[in-house]
Design a protein around this ligand. Structure first.
Ligand code: APR
Length: 307
């Protein structure tokens, strides 16, 4: 199997490294517009293979020939946030970049599954769906796993328990309007509201919503990439191993949760066909209205897209 990663910046390079380290596929191709950079990074990664003990081949390129026949394509190309910028500020420039990238990707890999990472995520996934003309189960965005990972990591710190025992769910757009669902969060099956007072849960929800921004303001330059690349790798693993994981991903909605014609984070079944099912959980009025607010925000961004 073969995976291509378009955009060999922070998120792209870490993702390529993680996928190779786990030997999820036979070959990873890293593409970027900067001359020599993806070649250099992939060669450096490949030279770590004898020490790390993986056989996944790594190739770098400034073109798309090498990506031909990719099973999965991860798109991280584009601009990242700077302090003071929202994900939405990236919209116009990244729409241009993603349109060009998706055309080239699909020319060489008409059967590929696309995982969008470039922000604003929900909008860029829409651009990929439109430009590719793919069935919607083959186009998805990475956000929910990252957002739930942040939520889980903060709960683990608060309770001083292993992150492994914490399950959580975050719905909605990847932005300040995301909808963490503490009611559906558990620690080894115990509902979170039984373990933490409401004000502590509220503080964790707030920190989760601003999780990306917290990293951006600490880094001063660039945005998060360790947790994002781990999240993408989990999606790639579910697809390449056809493991039918239930994971929160940005999926094209056609009536689920009462929402239509937009990408939003929802729990999905991920397997070799991509998004094999969208799961609908019951929401109370407050949660449904938060989801609607998030959807309205994504829709208002979609209106700014000029393809
Ligand atoms: N084709 C290929 N690569 C491109 C193109 C293009 N048309 N335009 C830009 N790039 C490359 C840049 O050269 C850069 O190496 O995309 C890479 C982006 O990397 P970074 O700037 O390091 O950004 P990163 O932190 O990886 O984030 C990438 O993911 O999480 C999101 O908001 C984030 O949209 C951003 C994306």
């Amino acid at each position: 199997m073969k995976v291509s990663v378009i955009g060999a910046g922070h998120v792209g390079e870490m993702t390529a490294m993680r996928i190779a380290n786990k030997e999820l596929v036979d070959e990873v191709v890293l593409v970027d517009i900067i001359e020599g950079m993806p070649q250099g990074k992939s060669l450096d990664m490949w030279e770590s293979a004898p020490v790390e003990g993986f056989d996944t081949k790594l190739t770098g390129s400034n073109g798309y020939e090498e990506t031909a026949g990719s099973d999965v394509t991860i798109i991280t190309a584009g601009l990242a946030r700077k302090p003071g910028m929202s994900r939405d500020d990236l919209l116009a420039k990244n729409t241009e970049i993603i349109t060009d990238v998706v055309r080239k990707v699909t020319d060489h890999s008409p059967e590929t599954i696309i995982i969008m990472v470039t922000n604003p995520l929900d909008v860029m996934a829409y651009v990929a769906l439109e430009v590719s003309g793919f069935e919607s189960h083959r186009v998805m965005g990475m956000a929910g796993i990252l957002d739930t990972a942040r939520f889980r990591s903060f709960v683990a710190l608060e309770l001083d328990v292993s992150v492994r025992d914490i399950q959580a769910m975050v719905l909605g757009g990847h932005g300040d309007t995301m909808v963490p669902l503490p009611r559906y969060a558990t620690v080894a099956g115990i509902p979170l509201p039984d373990l933490l007072p409401q004000d502590t849960i509220d503080a964790i929800v707030k920190r989760t919503r601003g999780g990306g921004g917290e990293i951006v303001s600490l880094l001063k330059e660039g945005s998060a990439y360790y947790a994002p690349s781990a999240a993408v790798t989990e999606m790639v693993e579910a697809i390449t191993r056809d493991s039918k994981r239930i994971l929160p991903c940005a999926a094209w909605l056609t009536g689920e949760y009462g929402l239509n014609d937009l990408f939003m984070g929802v729990p999905v079944k991920l397997g070799s066909r991509g998004i094999e099912e969208i799961l609908e959980v019951e929401l109370n009025d407050q949660e449904q209205s938060a989801l609607q607010t998030s959807a309205d925000h994504v829709k208002s961004n979609l209106e700014k897209v000029d393809l």
